[in-house]
Design a protein around this ligand. Structure first.
Ligand SMILES: Nc1nc2c(c(=O)[nH]1)N[C@H]1C(S)=C(S)[C@@H](COP(=O)(O)OP(=O)(O)OC[C@H]3O[C@@H](n4cnc5c(=O)[nH]c(N)nc54)[C@H](O)[C@@H]3O)O[C@H]1N2
Ligand SMILES: Nc1nc2c(c(=O)[nH]1)N[C@H]1C(S)=C(S)[C@@H](COP(=O)(O)OP(=O)(O)OC[C@H]3O[C@@H](n4cnc5c(=O)[nH]c(N)nc54)[C@H](O)[C@@H]3O)O[C@H]1N2
Ligand code: SF4
Ligand SMILES: [Mo]
Length: 902
């Protein structure tokens, strides 16, 4: 019988409520939860396909242990696994001290998981070496809020986005990264067109498409822009002297600094028109309410802290904070980035928004936990931590719920670190990730739909994440793994003492944690799992005795600083670390795609999520392509100071000349090489220690790889993928992904300078199922050209082109249409490689609307027939379900007349 469990989406920080449909064993479907205040029933393209992800063939099912470097891992049981881990950690700590071990965790853990890890590191091991992937994500926002406003608290609510008169979106592509919030914004803008939207992004994104003004600033110049805006606000008298006088400190110094940021100099530094700068200042200065949203375009920078504070300065100068439709509102990336900050799970923090460097704070937490003291030595932050692993200072590393061998910058060094580390534990839901390869101990974790706990979304709202089905095989919930390990380690490090980890469930972990927030800015000591179940998701603060949460902070103009005043921060503009220079004349920007999530461990299991973008493509301005003799689709070598990668290029006039864009999602699994982050730099912001993932100096050159390969094979996609991937190591270029909807298939494109040896090709053919059976084949060994198609029940089920791949798009279309006609047979048995004359050689084109399977070609044809957005929705049904494709359809409509991809 089908049951429904209310839970939350495991992807982004919007924190949408989902209703999981299941039969107690298997998840069958998902719907948006109409009662959840983040999404009111809506889901985006990722949330609405959650039930299609998580192929068991990709999941971790049993613990696996490697007993020595170079050996293979073997299946073990939990007892053996965790005893071994406890022995290794205890021995390392005894011999080399507590700071010789480290924990690297994740904003995708639940608050309870986070709390357990933090207590383990601080109270039991006695180290501050616990950091999370939030260091790559939110740490600049943490610094920005704390030093400008006194506490790490986004002061706004989602309603403010709907209510504001002027919205500044800086370095956020919320159309892709926070789609349901973007839907809410689109609806508000449609209802109240007078609301002004300004988007600051070097690229023309789908988000920029909704803006009244797009400021395509040069990468990294945000601080100059914000200071330039303040200069104009001052000049025009569009500030709030009363607010500045009554509630702030430090304005005089900032005023002196921004004097130099004249409109002419700022326009030149940022590469924008002076008129646009003036218009932005006027809209901000005259708006009854002014709100700003930002994300990684500000945070992931060597000036990330300065960018955050310079933006908050604008709100303080105009008094635009603490009232409806106003305030500086940082969008959080991961579903529980906030929970990590609340539980103090960054190396410099402690639970309840405390500081690890503050002796009083350490004393409070130590007292609460009943331990003598907490460690004083500052902990290492993500980049520093992996550097310490590499040079041998860290000898045992525990990684949970993050994939550093894909997501950290400068992969060559990260891989060296992981390979050198004597003992690496990886606690993972999917055993397919790049990091798993380095695990000496691999622990299977329960994942979305299988675990219970809480998360806090971008608007400080805490939701109860509920379990719908049991975890597969022996996978266990993270908090339980952590506490089980901790109890075993306790027996070695504090024998005979009462356990610090005696929890009988996640609600007990939560109950122990919340008193640590009491009397702190975030106080949610009034919350429990039971209260969340009775009253629904709540926004903190929610102190003991409160009846409801707090939608907006600082309404009274009092800030959580010693004197109650907010601080203006005066820091000059600093250029990104890698400026354009002769050898690396392009700036590489990296970020998200609409339908993929980070390293794609989950989204990469759903073939349809590759429908929008099928492979890694480096986007460049058409002029930069021309300059290098490159055409759309050509393979090119991209290199930075740290490494290089071969990928196809794509012309994109949404980028200005001198800039390149490569999605962050590709690691070593879906693309040969070490992925996007082989190119990026580990330089970080001096205060937040957040690395500059958005600006790396690169160059691009054409590569000649005349021997080309293309294959597609249906069925058992995870198993085939895993078996096939290693066979492509020797190719200069190889891209593996999934394709199809009802019949998922593995799709492979590869290229090399010379044909591979025949034996390798045979091994590939065996895995593709085109070595024998109902296979039509034509081989020309002289030219090293060959084509094979396997046909079952009149349909292509597998195909492979070697040497030359001119017919690949034609064949892929035949496969997806389920055709295997006489024309195909004739072509196959003839030496021709190009498709038959009558056949269309065109690409099927990308799927714009993933919910209803509508291609870009169909939308363009509809536009050519004169359909507008409503007409397209009516006739093709595109954009009528989750709405994630609507911005792109609007963009096509705006580009009329369109070229129709046939
Ligand atoms: N589909 C999808 N959604 C996601 C995620 C995902 O993997 N996939 N991940 C989630 C996570 S963890 C995060 S942190 C968020 C990230 O959400 P976003 O930050 O919105 O996403 P990004 O694409 O990383 O970067 C946003 C924009 O910053 C711009 N940018 C680059 N450099 C600069 C600059 O110097 N100044 C300015 N103003 N802009 C710049 C880029 O061009 C890009 O369009 O997304 C969350 N949501
Ligand atoms: N070039 C470039 N690099 C970037 C960025 C960028 O913009 N550009 N963005 C950075 C940012 S903002 C972020 S947040 C990081 C994200 O980087 P990662 O944290 O590496 O991203 P994920 O792939 O989401 O890793 C989460 C892992 O946890 C596993 N998992 C899922 N659910 C569970 C669970 O319940 N328990 C356990 N134990 N495991 C689980 C998943 O399978 C996955 O492998 O990437 C950063 N890297
Ligand atoms: S916007 Fe999409 S990805 Fe983000 S929480 Fe909602 S459904 Fe999930
Ligand atoms: Mo993130």
């Amino acid at each position: 019988m089908t049951q429904t469990t209310a839970s939350t989406c495991c992807y982004c920080g919007v924190g949408c409520g989902v209703l999981i449909e299941h039969d107690g064993e298997k998840i069958l479907g998902v719907q948006g939860d109409p009662a959840h205040p983040a999404n009111f029933g809506k889901l985006c393209s990722k949330g609405s396909t959650l039930h299609l992800t998580g192929d068991l063939d990709a999941r971790g099912l049993y613990p696996e242990l490697r007993l020595g470097k170079g050996l293979a891992r073997a299946r073990t049981d939990w007892d053996g696994a965790l005893e071994h881990a406890a022995n290794q950690f205890a021995a390392t700590i005894r011999e080399h001290g507590p700071d010789s071990v480290a924990f690297y965790i994740s904003g995708q853990l639940l608050t309870e998981d986070y709390y357990a890890f933090n207590k383990l590191a601080r109270a039991l091991v006695g180290t501050n070496n616990i950091d999370s992937n939030s260091r790559l994500c939110m740490s600049s926002a943490v610094v920005g809020y704390k030093r400008s406003l006194g506490a790490d608290a986004p002061p706004c609510s989602y309603e403010d986005i709907e209510q504001t008169d002027c919205l500044l979106i800086a370095g956020s592509n919320m159309a892709y990264a926070h789609p349901i919030l973007f839907r809410r914004l689109e609806a508000a803008k449609a209802q109240r067109p007078a609301m002004k939207i300004i988007v600051v992004d070097p690229r023309r994104t789908d988000t920029a498409e909704l803006a009244d003004l797009h400021l395509a600033i040069l990468p990294g110049t945000d601080v100059a822009l914000f200071h330039g805006l303040l200069h104009l606000l001052l000049w025009e008298g569009w500030i709030d002297p009363h607010f500045i006088e009554a509630h702030t400190q430090g304005f005089a110094e900032l005023k002196t600094l921004v004097r130099d940021y004249t409109p002419a100099s700022v326009a030149a530094m940022c590469g924008i028109a002076q008129d646009d700068l003036l218009r932005a200042a006027e809209w901000i200065g005259k708006a009854p309410s002014f709100l700003s949203l930002w994300c990684m375009g500000l945070n992931q920078s060597t000036a990330g802290s300065a960018k955050n504070s310079a933006l908050i300065n604008l709100h303080l100068a105009t008094g635009q904070i603490g009232k409806p439709g106003a305030g500086p509102f940082s969008l959080t990336g991961q579903p529980n980035a906030m929970g990590g900050r609340e539980t103090g799970s960054l190396s410099n923090l402690l639970p309840g928004h405390r500081e690890a460097a503050n002796p009083e704070h350490r004393g409070e937490v130590a007292g609460y936990w009943g331990v003598d003291s907490l460690p004083e030595t500052p902990g290492l932050t993500a980049i520093e931590l992996f550097e310490a692993v590499r040079d041998g200072r860290i000898k045992a590393l525990w990684i949970a719920c993050t994939n550093p061998a894909q997501s950290l910058p400068d992969q060559t060094r990260v891989r060296e670190a992981l390979a050198a580390c004597p003992f690496v534990v990886v606690q993972e839901a999917f055993f397919t990730t790049e990091t798993c390869a380095y695990a000496d101990l691999l622990l299977p974790a329960a994942s979305w739909g299988e675990k219970d706990g809480t998360v806090t979304n971008s608007e400080r709202r805490i939701s109860h994440v509920r379990r719908a089905v049991p975890a597969p095989a022996e996978a266990r919930a993270d908090w339980a793994i952590t506490c089980d390990f901790a109890r075993r380690l306790e027996r070695q490090l504090r024998p005979g003492m009462p356990s610090l980890f005696d929890f009988d469930g996640p609600q007990a972990v939560f109950a122990e944690f919340v008193p640590l927030t009491a009397s702190r800015d975030l106080d949610y000591s009034g919350l429990s799992h039971a209260l969340l179940d009775a009253q629904g998701p709540q926004q903190w603060p929610f102190p003991t005795g409160a009846r409801q949460g707090t939608p907006r902070l600082y309404a009274d103009g009092r800030f959580p600083t010693a004197d109650g005043r907010a601080r203006f921060i005066a820091e000059a503009y600093r250029a990104p670390k890698e400026r354009r220079e002769q050898r690396y004349p392009l700036t590489l920007n990296t970020g998200r795609l609409r339908d993929q999530w980070h390293g794609m461990s989950r989204t990469g299991t759903a073939a349809r999520l590759f429908g929008h973008v099928e492979e890694a493509l480096l986007s460049l301005n058409p002029d930069d392509l021309r300059l290098r003799g490159l055409h759309d689709g050509d393979l090119a070598r991209v290199h930075s100071r740290r490494g290089s990668l071969v990928v196809p290029v794509q012309a994109d006039s949404n980028l200005r000349a001198g800039q390149a864009y490569l999605p962050m999602h590709w690691g070593d699994r879906f693309l040969k090489g070490l992925g996007t982050n082989v190119l990026t730099l580990p330089a970080f912001d001096p205060l937040s220690k957040q690395p500059e993932l958005k600006h790396a100096g690169i160059d691009v050159e054409k590569v000649e790889l005349p021997w080309q390969f293309f294959a597609l094979v249906e069925g058992d996609v995870q198993q085939r993928f895993t078996a096939l991937r290693p066979l492509f190591e020797s190719f200069a270029y190889a891209s593996l992904s999934l394709t199809g909807r009802e019949r998922p298939a593995v799709l492979i494109k590869a290229a090399s300078a010379e044909p591979p040896d025949a034996e390798l090709l045979t091994r590939i053919d065996v895995l593709l199922g085109v070595d024998q059976g109902p296979v039509l084949a034509y081989d020309d060994p002289r030219r090293a050209v060959g084509k094979r198609v396997r046909i079952e029940q009149g349909r292509i089920v597998s195909l492979r082109l070697a040497g030359e791949t001119a017919a690949r798009d034609w064949l892929k279309n035949l496969w997806s249409e389920g055709k295997a006609d006489s024309e195909l047979r004739r072509w196959l048995l003839a030496p021709l490689s190009t498709p038959p004359g009558s056949a269309s050689t065109a690409k099927a084109g990308k799927t714009l609307c993933n919910c209803l399977n509508v291609s870009e070609g169909a939308v363009c044809a509809g536009i050519a027939r004169g359909l507008d957005l409503d007409g397209l929705k009516r006739e093709l049904k595109c954009g009528t379900s989750c709405g994630s494709c609507v911005p792109e359809i609007k963009r096509l409509l705006a580009q009329q007349p369109v070229a129709i991809p046939a």
